[in-house]
Design a binder for this molecule. Structure first.
Ligand code: AMP
Ligand code: GLY
Length: 415
């Protein structure tokens, strides 16, 4: 892109469409202001196309994995070639959409990842379970659905019975579109999320973030989409970060990947291991990371789309996020809307609406992850204090949030 065009783009108002409708999408929307930003959550591609035409959309940002894995980028690039789209194509999005694809790619590119087996055939899986009864009893494995599972595809069974139950759940929930399972070696160590903006040739890393995936305090209970996050964290040292950058660059170059890439990494005693790749921003990682951004988000997206060099600046602040959910999450949602009562919040915190709906002038919810409360300040402790002082001001039947976000955070010790 020539210099004139990039300067021009900085000064015009653009019509942007975000595909997806949660707290993460609201954080992205906030960081694209003052442009005109719309959101849509229909899965029907022709309705998306019509919306782009009706509202003169200049740029589409598919934010949820389902759009990307179903090929919305390919579709829009073919149907509306003048509209820009920021995100990976259907093939590239397989790094998230198919764990088998992702693990095989990691093996091919020598990216460190847990040893794994892939099974599609139900009888073979059950045979494996019989043969490896001992391993299964010794909680040494992780069972993952290979396809998309909305954050409900990973089990860490503690016994043979739990392993069987995990498999049966995965099979029952996904049998109409069965893509098989990955059985992988269980690793131990602190986890960190490393996200990057990608322009097809390189990955520009964002600050390290940590999210809290389990539903209960002290990382107990089932995995969720994420119950809180903090950023920045210092889990990986400089060399480990260089290694991570190198591996992500390999993926980006191998796939000509454009968009956001998300690497879930575990720091084990024998080195870093990649647990997964996602093809989008994390939720709730986006809510904390974007609040530290000191370069315009749209400028970065333009640079990635047009292969321009950009130096991204980050604020030296600390951001924390806590999700207010419903006690039934992640198992079920409510059948009816219930009212949310809100007292005024301090200006040290902001909320990004997730599962909320305005009815008769009041916010309501059907449960799930209801909202994300975020604070950004000069220290992690202050940000967390701000959130926990304000969280009790939002109430509804069955309100639930973790009380320990950020409290167990330990930076790496440099020697
Ligand atoms: P994934 O969607 O693959 O990142 O898995 C979700 C969560 O499951 C991760 O954030 C980890 O907490 C846990 N997990 C996944 N793979 C492993 C593994 N090989 N060893 C231990 N825990 C894992
Ligand atoms: N926070 C985890 C995810 O977005 O996948």
């Amino acid at each position: 892109m020539d210099k004139l065009k990039s300067i021009y783009l900085l000064f015009i108002m653009r019509n942007i469409l975000i595909l997806g409708f949660g707290a993460r999408e609201n954080a992205i929307k906030e960081h694209l202001k003052p442009n005109i930003v719309h959101r849509l959550d229909t899965e029907d591609f022709s309705s998306i196309k019509q919306f782009c035409v009706d509202y003169n959309i200049d740029l589409v940002i598919p934010s949820t994995e389902a759009y990307l894995c179903n090929g919305v980028v390919d579709y829009l690039q073919t149907e509306l070639p003048t509209v820009e789209v920021f995100g990976p194509t259907k093939t590239q999005a397989k790094i998230e959409g198919s764990k088998f694809f992702s693990k095989s790619l990691m093996k091919e590119l020598c990216i460190p990842t847990a040893e794994f087996l892939f099974y599609k055939n139900k009888e073979k899986i059950l045979k494996y379970f019989e043969n490896f009864f001992l391993y299964l009893s010794l909680n040494q494995i992780v069972i993952k659905y290979s396809g998309l599972a909305k954050g409900k595809g990973v089990y860490l069974p503690e016994s043979y019975e739990e392993a069987l139950e995990a498999f049966n759940n995965l099979y029952e929930n996904n049998k109409n579109n069965w893509e098989g399972i990955i059985i992988e070696k269980r690793l131990k160590g602190p986890e960190v999320s490393v996200l990057a903006f990608c322009d097809g040739t390189q990955a520009l890393l964002m600050p390290q973030a940590q999210d809290y995936k389990r539903i209960y305090d002290n990382d107990k209970g089932p995995n969720t989409g994420g119950m809180g996050a903090i950023c920045p964290v210092n889990i990986l040292d400089e060399n480990e970060l260089l290694e991570v950058n190198h591996h992500i660059n390999m993926v980006v170059q191998h796939l000509n990947y454009k968009g956001i890439i998300y690497a879930g990494i575990m720091k084990t005693t024998t080195g870093i291991q990649f647990l997964e790749f996602n093809c989008r921003f994390g939720d709730p990682e986006a809510q904390v990371i974007l609040n530290l951004l000191d370069t315009k988000l749209l400028e970065i997206i333009d640079a990635c789309i047009n292969n321009n060099y950009i130096k991204i600046k980050w604020k030296s602040k600390h951001s924390a996020a806590v999700i207010l959910s419903h006690v039934d999450y992640p198992h079920s949602k409510l059948s009816e809307y219930i009212r949310i009562n809100e007292e005024p919040l301090d200006n040290t915190v902001k909320i990004y609406e997730g599962g909320m709906q305005m009815i008769d002038g009041y916010n309501h919810t059907k449960g799930g992850r209801v909202l994300t409360m975020v604070s950004t300040s000069n220290s992690l402790q202050n940000s967390l204090r701000n959130i926990y002082n304000n969280a009790p001001k939002i109430t509804y039947d069955g309100v639930y949030y973790r009380r320990d976000i950020g409290s167990n955070y330990k930076p790496y010790q440099s020697s």
